[in-house]
Design a binder for this molecule. Structure first.
Ligand SMILES: Cc1ncc(COP(=O)(O)O)c(C=O)c1O
Length: 592
């Protein structure tokens, strides 16, 4: 097994604090990219109860010691497991989470355990001959062996645009009978992965996910938390909405005023009206959330019940790129406590948090004179983890947060694997649903991820990967922002440099449009969008992400991403976008 050595200094990590870059003002009048008339929260307001971190955070060495003591993981086909089997002793301290029966839907509450899945618990009994479940014999699976090549540890000199492959790769092999033959690690194999499994996920990956959640200090502040593997955040959100929202009850959903389009499209056919909360450069405004809930009048809202679920993307929000600072998260959590709102925390971009952007001319340099982004690579794992804004889940004392994690943005979206972390009650209801909806994520995907993040990289290798990836995205962001600085007219277009994720939200001052008095924002938006396509650039119109589609747009926005285009193409694309805006505003610009 290519497990990396324990990272010795993790235990010295001090309490997670808010990174400086998230509390800086963005300058350049860039805050104009968001508009809000709600009161700003008092930055000095602190809530001691929310967000306290454990005095002694879990270390990789602790995990390795616990694994060594527990012995080799024995988890045959369809074996049941849960996070309690893998949590550290300190994770069991504290009171239990609150119950959520009053918020769960009848659909969710009525779900019974899947009898066939339950029967699988007897399979581990020595000598038992199964004539029970319809699990095919592995002899009849037509895949004997699988191998793939992955970076051993880090991407080497992997500049913006993805030039160059990792310098050192390692071949991973897995066969049908590795466990029986005690080969290739002897913990997981194709006979397990190719068969049916439990909806909660394979024990091998569930163990890793549970340990990782504690290691990155995301674990909540109550004792009975658990994880369950999901078919990405998309699958998790669809199930969660059906667990908490029932159209027959008049249930509603809250989210940011501009939100992830797929999330809105998930709620719409379920008949759940979604209401948007105003935002600023740090995401949704707790005071606006409070105001909306405080003054909720079902009659004025067409009979809609006061919302009891908030869907939020705290880091690198899609589409605005906004990242909530630590105090903002505490404030939002406190408002949700006040109004008994359950929080669906969607964090696919959590580990893509970045340092502040400095324009090229005065780009920050490290001690060795290299640009700050490459200096990031020299950060220790301690510094990396210590610089992350704490997850809302880690502040949760009630069990009112369900965090959704995903391998999509940090390993591969095609794996269709993620996980949720929530209270035992919520995870149990989630699994009952998954048992009959999908039976959980693909066994082959889980096996590949296990082989990669556990057996090949180990926890430290994975954190190194995240750190490296964050550097890659920082470089990409800086490239896109430099192009904006160069090509976009500041008097017309404003933006806030994103502190996480993959998106840059551009605000166009529609009031300066010569036909502002006669043309709607939607019409100007469409004109610019069409012109962009004509000029050869795709930028997503803000209206696609508007939470309350029946309300008029109050601003003209475009979402751009630095996730995929090459350095050269990003510059070209921004130049074309600028030209499309200028054309629409009747001011032709010279183009090369
Ligand atoms: C905020 C947000 N949540 C969820 C997803 C989808 O995640 P997954 O691939 O895990 O389903 C995306 C993808 O763009 C996203 O931006």
């Amino acid at each position: 097994m290519a497990r990396l050595s324990p990272h010795k200094t993790l235990s010295s990590l001090s309490l997670i604090s808010q990174p400086r870059h998230l509390i800086r003002s963005s300058g350049n009048g860039a805050a104009q990219a968001f508009s809000s008339s709600c009161r700003r929260p008092d930055p000095d307001m602190k809530d001691a109860a929310i967000g306290e971190q454990p005095v002694e955070p879990l270390t990789i060495a602790d995990i390795e010691a616990r694994r060594a003591k527990a012995g080799k993981l024995v988890a045959p086909t369809a074996s049941y497991s849960d996070s309690d089997m893998f949590k550290s002793p300190q994770a069991f301290k504290g009171p239990k989470a609150r119950r959520w029966d009053h918020l769960l839907t009848e659909e969710s509450k009525s779900r019974q355990p899947c009898m066939l899945k339950q029967a699988a618990k007897h399979l581990k009994k020595p000598g038992l001959i199964s004539l029970g479940g319809g699990l095919p014999s592995p002899e009849n699976f037509p895949i004997e062996r699988m191998s793939f090549t992955v970076p051993k540890q880090l991407m080497a000199a992997h500049g913006s645009g993805g030039k160059g492959l990792p310098s050192e790769c390692v071949d991973v092999e897995v066969r049908k009978d590795d466990v029986a033959a005690d080969r290739n690690g002897g913990v997981h194999d194709l006979s397990i992965a190719l068969n049916y499994g439990q909806a909660i996920g394979q024990a091998q990956l569930l163990r890793w996910v549970t340990e990782h959640t504690e290691l990155v200090r995301a674990a909540p502040r109550y004792a009975d938390w658990r994880c369950a593997l999901t078919i990405g955040s998309t699958g998790a959100l669809e199930q969660a909405l059906r667990m908490f929202c029932d159209r027959a009850r008049g249930d509603t959903l809250l989210t940011e005023e501009f939100s992830f389009a797929t999330a809105l499209e998930t709620a719409a056919p379920l008949g759940i009206p979604v209401f948007g909360i105003r935002m600023d450069e740090e995401g949704l405004l707790p005071d606006c959330l409070d105001e909306l809930l405080e003054g909720w009048d079902p009659a004025a809202r067409g009979g809609a019940r006061k919302p009891h679920v908030l869907y939020t993307v705290p880091s690198g929000q899609n589409p605005t790129g906004a990242t909530q600072g630590a105090q903002r998260r505490r404030d939002i959590y406190a408002v949700c406590q006040k109004h008994d709102v359950f929080i669906l925390e969607d964090e696919p971009y959590y580990f893509l948090q970045m340092p502040p952007y400095e324009p090229p001319a005065e780009e920050a340099v490290g001690e060795d004179g290299e640009p700050l982004s490459s200096d990031l690579q020299h950060q220790s794992i301690d510094e990396f983890l210590g610089g992350l804004v704490p997850s809302m889940l880690s502040m949760d004392v009630d069990g009112r947060v369900m965090r959704m994690d995903s391998f999509s943005k940090v390993v591969t979206p095609g794996s269709r694997v993620g996980w949720i972390t929530a209270s035992e009650q919520i995870v149990e209801r989630y699994i009952r649903h998954a048992e009959v909806a999908s039976q959980g994520p693909s066994g082959i995907s889980q096996l590949i991820l296990y082989k990669l993040v556990d057996e090949t990289w180990g926890h430290e290798g994975y954190l190194q990967w995240l750190k490296q990836l964050r550097t890659e995205y920082t470089n990409r962001r800086n490239t896109l922002l430099a192009a904006c600085d160069k090509y976009l007219p500041r008097h017309l277009i404003s933006w806030v440099p994103p502190a996480a994720g993959m998106f840059l939200w551009l605000k166009v001052n529609h009031k300066m449009h010569p036909e502002a008095g006669t043309k709607s924002i939607n019409e100007i938006e469409e004109e610019i969008y069409n012109s962009c396509i004509e000029k050869g650039v795709l930028a997503c119109p803000g209206s696609w992400f508007k939470t309350e589609q029946d309300q008029p747009l109050t601003g003209l926005y475009f979402r751009t991403t630095f996730a995929a285009a090459s350095e050269e193409n990003m510059a070209k694309a921004i130049e074309r976008f600028g030209a499309a805006v200028m054309d629409s505003f009747g001011n032709k610009v010279e183009r090369s």
